[in-house]
Write a protein that binds this ligand. Structure first.
Ligand code: MN
Length: 136
């Protein structure tokens, strides 16, 4: 058993990967041979990931606020607390907060044999983001 007290600094999501203000707390980072990592991600209103894909997919579970997500060529979807989203392996997508609400999700990731968890692509443009349905 290994207890990690609340002693790991919150990381600011880098501008190379995110638009807007995003904060990440490490939830799980088990040593090899485990390949699972998990993070609790706070997206401030309007903040979102860049387009990206995960070699082995990703599950996110919304815990607070109102969020948005989209897979390439699909509609922008509204996600709310209790919603779980599975992104398929190598499915291009983004996720983030609604324009007027923050969003918090737990993200569960698995690295592939090359230790890759995510491949980052272009930012989500304002026009792409603005295609979201109204969230009230
Ligand atoms: Mn993702």
């Amino acid at each position: 058993m290994q207890i990690t007290r609340s002693s790991i600094d919150t990381a600011k999501g880098p501008a190379d990967w995110f638009t807007g203000d995003v904060y990440i707390d490490a939830v799980a980072a088990a040593p090899a041979p485990s390949r699972v990592t998990a993070g609790l991600v706070h997206f401030m209103p309007g903040a979102r990931t860049h387009w990206h894909r995960h070699p082995l997919g990703q599950t996110v579970f919304v815990t607070e606020g109102i969020g948005l997500c989209q897979r390439r060529s699909g509609p922008v979807e509204v996600i709310r607390p209790g919603d779980r989203v599975l992104f398929e392996p190598d499915e291009e997508h983004w996720h983030g907060a609604a324009p007027n609400r923050l969003m918090v999700h737990l993200a569960i990731n698995e690295s592939d044999a090359d230790h890759d968890v995510v491949h980052w692509l272009a930012p989500v443009t304002d026009a792409e983001y603005a295609a979201a349905p109204a969230t009230g």
